[in-house]
Write a protein that binds this ligand. Structure first.
Ligand SMILES: Nc1ncnc2c1ncn2[C@@H]1O[C@H](COP(=O)(O)OP(=O)(O)OP(=O)(O)O)[C@@H](O)[C@H]1O
Ligand SMILES: [Mg+2]
Length: 502
């Protein structure tokens, strides 16, 4: 065991929460703030974390002596052996006792004089609740160089939120998680992964030879909702302006179309309304509301994709919504497919899935009129009930303050990258369990690629350096400069083509 120091009883005696220790070697850098350490006590093996490191030197404690001695013109180090009297002391927080794989709360202080050591890596793995065999490797634990292998059940079963301000690596980290899920061995079980991708940030998976066979992309050209699957209630959810009277009439028309066993799209449903004998004052507004839905171009004769295509074992399905212009269209798609997925999962008809929702605040906003947040309901329902049915949510947002508190508070694990907006920090503190003040204080200082993992998935908040990704980044995710260069090159090659042509 690598001893690094000794517990002391100054500036305060040790208690059951914190203690101080002096470092054996005051020259090197044997410990860093944030590092885990261990010490043996009568209660068992104590695990602690360095909260602060301080340097002291008796020669420099009194302002009057330092000033008087230096007036002679010679610095103090030339007059006295000051270097020999410099000490590094560290303050550490006790975070638990770990014995035979069991974790307990520390309830008694270590004795002054107890030796402090670097933490044994195997012990740290077990103490943090990481999964050495099957864990999802998202990077390295800061200061320890150990793989942060997160347990799949703890991370996803009770949902997960990935939060950070824009440009600090949410999609990058999510891609790393997806790689880990897709690369998982068959014997360990593989969930279906479905991504709601409003900006086409994940389409790189289908350009990558290692992942193309496991990736399906559904976009503006292929997504369609089967009109005949929609009840009048669902249509009213998409078009909340429909009145109760019109809704009753619509119900009758849908029933007669279904009875005739006809396969119909929205246009044909509208024709059904036009041909019906309902009063004009109900008919014409209804036709106009349904035409408005028809204009979205989403309502055809079949579901594409169907739930089996969306949720297949070990496969990634991307709902690429980047070509849809209206946010209403995107919300309708999320509402419809998330409901279908959840219903199929409830009745155990499809493979257990993880539904990743990018820009989650757009689909489950905290404060929004009912009409413009139709997808909020189903996201909150999966957040509340999904756990029982192996339907997991990963909510990703750069504006946590705008994300539904109900949904966010159901996410028992959080991976948070840099956040500096005070309103977002406050909302994270209020809605995410286990996010303490220390964590909130650390978030504005994180760099790109640094992630704080907290909640159910780890026994203690963990700073992780996210690993490099293996998959290709989407073309939509290139930098501003690269995009400018590409645009310039395209312009020059277009010009050449034109010159050749002329
Ligand atoms: N762990 C990392 N290692 C190396 N580069 C990274 C890492 N994380 C992010 N980056 C880089 O930072 C940039 C922004 O990352 P990313 O697109 O994931 O951010 P984001 O949080 O999803 O932003 P937005 O909110 O705009 O969607 C990317 O170009 C990516 O290459
Ligand atoms: Mg992103």
């Amino acid at each position: 065991m690598h001893e690094i120091g000794t517990v002391i009883s100054a500036p305060f005696p040790p208690n059951s929460n914190e203690f101080w220790f002096v470092l054996n070697d005051n020259k090197g850098i044997p410990v860093r703030k944030g590092q885990f350490i261990q010490l043996q006590s009568e209660q068992g093996l104590l695990i602690a974390r360095v909260a602060e490191i301080t340097k002291t030197n008796k020669y420099f404690e009194r302002a009057d002596s330092v000033s008087e001695f230096e007036k002679s013109g010679k610095p103090l180090h030339e007059q006295f052996p000051v270097g020999r009297w410099e000490y590094l002391t560290a303050q550490a927080n006790l975070i638990g006792i770990y014995e035979d794989g069991i974790h307990k709360r520390a309830s008694f202080p270590p004795s002054p004089g107890t030796k402090v050591s670097k933490v044994d890596e195997g012990i740290l793995f077990g103490f943090l609740g990481l999964d050495k065999e099957r864990g999802l490797n998202i990077g390295k634990i800061e200061f320890h160089g150990l793989d942060a292998k997160l347990n799949l059940t703890k991370l996803f079963q009770k949902h997960c939120a990935i939060l950070a301000q824009t440009g600090f690596g949410k999609s990058f980290l999510t891609s790393v998680l997806i790689e880990e899920l897709l690369d998982r061995s068959l014997v360990h079980g593989r969930p279906a992964v479905i991504v709601v991708d409003p900006h086409g940030e994940y389409t790189g998976f289908s350009d990558d030879e290692n992942y193309v066979s496991k990736t399906k992309i559904f976009n503006e050209k292929s997504i369609s909702i089967a009109t005949r699957n929609l009840s009048e209630r669902q249509i009213c959810e998409f078009q909340p302006r429909i009145t109760d009277v019109a809704r009753r009439e619509l119900g009758k028309i849908i029933k007669s179309l279904r009875d005739s066993r006809k396969v119909y799209d929205m246009r044909e449903l509208i024709e059904g309304v036009e041909a019906s004998n309902i009063p004009d004052r109900t008919k014409y507004p209804l036709v106009s509301w349904l035409s408005d839905l028809d204009d979205t171009g989403l309502f055809g004769t079949n579901d594409s994709p169907n739930v089996d295509e969306l949720a297949s074992e070990g496969q990634l399905s991307i709902l690429d919504l980047s070509e849809f212009i209206q946010s209403r269209q995107k919300q309708m798609i999320v509402t419809y497919f998330a409901k279908k997925l959840f219903a199929a999962r409830r009745s155990n008809r499809i493979h257990p899935f993880i539904l990743i929702v990018e820009e989650a605040h757009q689909f489950a906003p905290e404060q929004e009129e009912r009409s413009s947040a139709i997808s909020k309901n189903i996201i909150e329902t999966i957040a509340r009930e999904g756990r029982k049915f192996l339907a997991s949510l990963v909510l990703i947002s750069q504006r946590p303050v705008q994300l539904s508190t109900t949904a966010l508070s159901q996410c028992n694990s959080n991976i948070i990258l840099r956040v500096s907006n005070p309103y977002d920090l406050k909302h994270i503190g209020e809605s995410c369990e286990g996010v303490t003040k220390d964590i909130l204080d650390a978030l504005p200082g994180l760099k790109v690629g640094e992630a704080l993992v907290t909640g159910e998935v780890v026994r203690y908040p963990l700073l992780v350096n996210v690993r490099e990704r293996k998959s290709m980044q989407s073309k939509n995710a290139i930098s501003f400069e690269d995009a400018l260069a590409n645009f310039q090159n395209r312009k020059s090659s277009d010009k050449k083509d034109l010159e050749t042509f002329m």
